[in-house]
Design a protein around this ligand. Structure first.
Ligand SMILES: [Zn+2]
Length: 354
């Protein structure tokens, strides 16, 4: 994963111990939960439905609530529970129950006999509904829907009042604490540039791809697959290296190291110097591009910056009169004036420094 704001994935990163995981798998210490002692009882909450509304009405913080969501899978409805201040992670939930969609308003009434705002894991009319719950609410006392119009239940004790399958199904958020070292986690957007899959024996068993172990027995090979996307590497490098004028290729993966800009192609001396520099670069094995189009210098400069080749060798008639050419570093914009015969050598030194 390469960090980039243009990324389509998100990872949780710990700056202290190096923990890093896709948010689809990332774990964290849930934000602090202060248990509040409350009796197990129904409370009248007329027309008050969302966690925020009930939280204000009862003057209890959202982390002391159970948020209940009815999901529809291809097999059956599933009730998913997270803490009031948490969100359900779609992919994490999918790994547990398969593909699903949120239930529509009328489906909720049909399946649970009550409107969305008052549903909960206790006293469901249909006790056979599968319940999955975030491990963050496994202990403590909570407020949740009472499965009765205009009522919530206080003092729900998950260990006592309902049965659920416990899973990590919550979204990890910025600044939550790292499970390994306790430091704050950062959430960064990333571009996936490579991946690893453990295939196990999925293919080796049917293909009878086996090896002999130390006891001489045939054992299926455990397989893995490893991929790197060159186009994604290039895209990530560009997203991480650019300015207002265009791309700034890192030297290591630049399509060319140098672009040569003879400003006046009709000038004989310019052409001669350009040819000589090309020959030296070639002898040093340095890849280069030459812009020998008969166009205005301004366009050449703009195009050279846009395409982002790391070094530009500018050959202008004026500087050439002083026996010099100009070398520009695309990243730092620094220019150096140097004798044409030393230009290739200078560029090769710059490349090593990077
Ligand atoms: Zn850590």
């Amino acid at each position: 994963m390469a960090p980039s704001d243009a990324g389509e994935d998100e990872i949780a990163l710990c700056g202290r111990c190096g923990y890093a995981a896709n948010v689809e798998l990332a774990v964290s210490v849930p934000p602090d939960y202060t248990p509040i002692d409350m009796p197990f009882e129904e409370v009248y909450t007329p027309r008050i439905k969302t966690v925020d509304e009930v939280s204000r009405f009862l003057n209890l913080p959202p982390q002391n609530f159970i948020k209940s969501l009815l999901l529809i899978t291809k097999d059956a409805p599933v009730l998913a529970l997270v803490r009031g201040d948490e969100e359900l992670h779609e992919k994490k939930a999918q790994r547990v129950i398969g593909h699903y969609r949120p239930a529509h308003k009328d489906e909720i009434v049909e399946i649970l006999g009550v409107e969305a705002g008052f549903i909960g894991p206790v006293n469901m009319i249909n006790q056979k509904i599968r319940v999955i719950a975030s491990t963050s609410i496994k202990s403590g006392l909570y407020v949740g829907g009472a499965n009765k119009k205009d009522y919530h239940l206080k003092g729900i004790n998950p260990e006592e009042h309902f049965k659920a399958e416990w899973h990590d199904i919550r979204v990890v958020r910025q600044d939550e604490r790292c499970v390994r070292c306790g430091a704050g986690l950062k959430i960064r957007k990333v571009i996936e540039i490579g991946n690893i899959f453990k295939l196990g024996t999925k293919y080796s068993v049917p293909l009878n791809a086996v090896y002999l172990n130390k006891d001489g027995a045939e054992v299926p090979i455990i397989m893995g697959s490893y991929g790197i996307g060159p186009a994604r590497v290039a895209a990530a490098a560009i997203e991480q290296n650019y300015d207002a004028n265009g791309i700034i290729w890192p030297v290591s993966i630049a399509p060319f190291a140098v672009t040569i800009l003879p400003l006046s192609v009709s000038d004989e001396e310019t052409a001669k110097v350009a040819d000589a520099i090309c020959a030296t670069l070639k002898s040093k094995g340095i890849d280069f591009l030459i812009d020998d189009r008969d166009i205005r210098p301004g366009i050449k400069f703009k195009d050279a910056d846009l395409t982002g080749i790391p070094y530009q060798i500018v050959i202008g008639a004026k500087t050439l009169k002083d026996g010099l050419v100009e070398i520009k570093d695309r990243r730092t914009k620094e220019t150096t004036k140097i004798a044409p015969e030393k230009a290739a050598e200078h560029v090769s030194r710059l490349m090593i420094v990077i």
